[in-house]
Design a protein around this ligand. Structure first.
Ligand code: ZN
Ligand code: ZN
Length: 110
């Protein structure tokens, strides 16, 4: 394995070369856990029903919606739509990410 094959964490530059090619994460396990904790703390401040990006915790997100063209109404399908990253966009990540709506299960420490 050459040096070029060894990926480094995008945040702390720790070498994370032990992952299989094609499954290389952007962050090392330490930074992934730190980010998970940061997002969970952020989400705990949101009201029920708030939709956020599960990657960065941002609420500056967009979701594709089905619209009824004859009555200008849209059909809400929160989990069918938000839960699929191809139908979602996060301005914070500038990427298609998985969105989630805050519900009663949030903030219980899990
Ligand atoms: Zn790291
Ligand atoms: Zn995001």
């Amino acid at each position: 394995m050459s040096a070029a094959d060894i990926a480094h964490c995008g945040t702390c530059d720790r070498a994370i070369g032990s992952y299989a090619p094609g499954h290389m994460p952007d962050l090392c396990p330490v930074c992934i856990e730190a980010e998970r904790v940061r997002v969970a703390a952020l989400v705990a401040t949101y009201e029920l029903g708030t939709v956020y990006c599960t990657d960065c915790g941002s609420t500056n997100v967009q979701a594709a919606m089905w619209v009824c063209p004859n009555d200008d109404d849209y059909v809400q399908d929160p989990f069918g739509t938000f839960g699929h990253e191809l139908n979602s966009w996060c301005e914070g990540c500038e990427d298609h990410t998985r969105l989630r709506m805050v519900d009663e299960t949030d903030g219980d420490g899990s």
